[in-house]
Design a protein. Sequence first.
Length: 186
Amino acid sequence: MEDKKTKKAEVKVEVEKKPVATTEVKKVEETKKVEPVKEEATKTITVVKEKTKNKTNLDDVEFNILWQGKPCGLLQRFLTKIHLNFTTYQITKDELIIITGFFKRRLNSYELFQLKDPDLSDTIYQRLLDISTVSVTLDTHDETPGCEKQVIKLKNIQDGSKVRKLLRDAIERDVMDRQITYLNKV
């Protein structure tokens, strides 16, 4: 017959929950020793705790940045050196993003399928610094008389011809992925 004082009892408590669509469940085991009041034997209890890491839909967002740059004129180069150039251009797989401002941060995002005709221009000043401006027309399909098309400019960027080609290819790829067809008026 076994003595109750030398007997060790092990009790396991497990909590199982199914993870919600946006929750990830991790299990961690901890061992606690409980000292009984009347018995001299020590019982070991294994308790399973849950730690949840909330996973939101923001974690699922993909930002495949194809190109990112800042303006590179003389003033902008100086401001970049002292970390005060607050304008950033980004081309992702489905949008063109222009971030400006320090005190009032502004993010302008344009869907690529709405953009048309990326053009390249450079002045004598820009040619000396090997920079250029890429202009893109925003096509909103608005047929209101007197309504002009909005032009978006990426000013003073390096390798402007490569950026224009990359932007043109990204626009074409986005239009093909969305299966958009343009009908020209006769």
